[in-house]
Design a protein around this ligand. Structure first.
Ligand SMILES: [Zn+2]
Length: 486
């Protein structure tokens, strides 16, 4: 069988201070067929590498088109979104006829003039391939599902785990559904039930762990092809934002409907308990200092670039300095200007520096400090949480300010792994406190060795207080903005 596969993804935060254009995708690395065989560029394929591996295992013909992803930020510049979309569609047109299409999309991509990029892409894909070719879509679980997406895809799945450690498994499952559809062995029928709630729901802890395990059990029931819990992406300001359940059965719309609705009600019932308890800045530091041995990890969730935050906020760092905490490391702080100055000064130099606080009010005020340049690296990278391929950090500079090591870098991203720190020159496990600018993805790499993990709700772009977000277009009512029942 011949399969066209491609990847266009962005998690759009309507309130981010960071713009999104073609250079945002180029920074992460774009795969184009003109670069050569996809097998020689697996790190650029991102999730499509899993589709590609499955095609090879099955002996199918894989035609890989555009693969492009950018860090979360504002809606994409219209011209650049349309250019990337059209490049992806041109690849499909050139590959026709195909037996099946597999796409990785994010599920919360917006562009100027487009609230629902995935719905737009899928409508155009359907127009090209016609009604008979199955189209499978793999999403991040922080996806907002829209009618246009459901109407034009044959099957949509998202990852089930947060942190997202299961993309490879979900890619294989989706491939199996779409291949079986192409062979006429199954007839997927999808029903979607919206769940009017906003939040972040970590699946490594209860009650979410058992809830997700329960979904996996129910997928084994006869006639059920897939169940996806879409957590929603709360920072996309449009009427489709929020959680939901996608149930896919083999030709049974009533069963799919009742599954989606009942699971949706069960998820809604968990809304008060499914999010991690958060600490403000002062209590997070108090808790960390109470821990007398080992390394405590504080997650600076509000400044997670993986949700569209700038990753240069100073609220936690300033508090650590004011309380004269020593033996801590903070990263990754996205500050290309500070990196440049550190490189000019050289390792060992002691210089005045302005650190962080540059992107706007959500970053806090910049810190003016005397810093010692400890380590400068041009080749630092960390393994990606989903596929393990190295992700370049850009140039990195570790500077010491009164006993706190600050890891500055040039390519905005969250630390998925302790390797993000060690690659820059500082071993996080030698420190008493590690502050990671990440919400949950760090967990996969840090949890095993951390003496404790503290989730900090500092001020910042991703602060958990939904009432502070200037929503203009969200569909109401929705929890927790409105007191509703379901
Ligand atoms: Zn996600």
């Amino acid at each position: 069988m011949k399969c066209y596969m491609a990847f266009l993804a962005h998690e759009t935060n309507s309130f981010s201070p960071i713009p999104t254009d073609l250079s945002s995708f180029e920074e992460a690395g774009i795969y184009r067929p003109s670069l050569g065989p996809p097998g020689q560029h697996l790190s650029l394929l991102k999730g499509v590498a899993d589709f590609h591996a499955e095609a090879q295992r099955r002996g199918d013909e894989a035609v890989v088109g555009l693969c492009a992803i950018a860090q979360p930020s504002l809606p994409c510049l219209r011209r650049d979104y349309e250019a990337l979309r059209d490049e992806m569609l041109a690849g499909l047109r050139a590959a026709m006829p195909v037996d099946m299409v597999l796409l990785m999309l994010h599920g919360s991509m917006m562009a100027q003039g487009y609230d629902d990029c995935e719905g737009d892409v899928l409508a155009r894909v359907r127009e090209i391939v016609g009604s008979d070719v199955p189209v499978g879509v793999l999403l991040d679980l922080h996806c907002n599902i829209t009618p246009a997406m459901v109407a034009n895809a044959t099957a949509i799945k998202a990852c089930k785990e947060y942190p997202h450690t299961d993309f490879a498994e979900r890619a294989r499952e989706l491939y199996a559904i779409i291949a079986a559809t192409a062979e006429g062995k199954v007839r997927p029928v999808t029903q979607f039930a919206r769940v009017p709630m906003l939040g972040l729901f970590q699946t490594t802890r209860e009650p979410m762990r058992s809830f997700v395990d329960g979904l996996i059990d129910r997928e084994r029931e006869p006639g059920v092809l897939s169940i996806t819990l879409a957590h929603g992406f709360p920072w996309s300001d449009f009427p489709g934002a929020g959680a939901g359940v996608l149930a896919i059965t083999d030709g049974d719309p009533d069963k799919a409907r009742s599954l989606a609705e009942s699971i949706g009600r069960q998820f809604f019932a968990l809304r008060e308990t499914a999010q991690v308890p958060l600490r403000d800045v002062a209590s997070a530091i108090d808790d960390a200092l109470r821990c007398k041995s080992g390394t405590v990890v504080i997650a600076d969730m509000s400044d997670n670039p993986g949700g569209g935050a700038p990753s240069d906020s100073t609220f936690l760092l300033r508090a650590l300095l004011e309380r004269k905490v020593r033996d801590a490391v903070v990263g990754l702080v996205w500050d290309p200007v500070a990196v440049r100055i550190a490189f000019s000064a050289g390792e060992g130099a002691r210089i005045p520096m302005r650190i962080g606080g540059k992107l706007g009010p959500s970053s806090g005020l910049p810190l003016d400090v005397e810093a010692t340049v400890l380590h400068l690296r041009t080749d630092a990278a960390q393994p990606h949480i989903a596929d393990g391929y190295p992700v370049e950090l850009g140039r990195t500079a570790v500077v010491d300010v009164d006993g706190i090591a600050i890891v500055l870098n040039e390519i905005r991203q969250q630390p998925f792994h302790p390797g993000a720190f060690s690659a820059a020159g500082v071993d996080p496990w030698q420190k008493r406190i590690v502050v990671v600018k990440s919400s949950f993805h760090f967990y996969a790499g840090f949890a095993e060795r951390a003496a404790a993990i503290i989730y900090c709700d500092a001020p910042g772009a991703l602060n958990s207080d939904v009432r502070q977000r200037p929503y203009r277009r969200l569909a109401r009512p929705i929890w927790p903005l409105d007191d509703i029942s379901m």
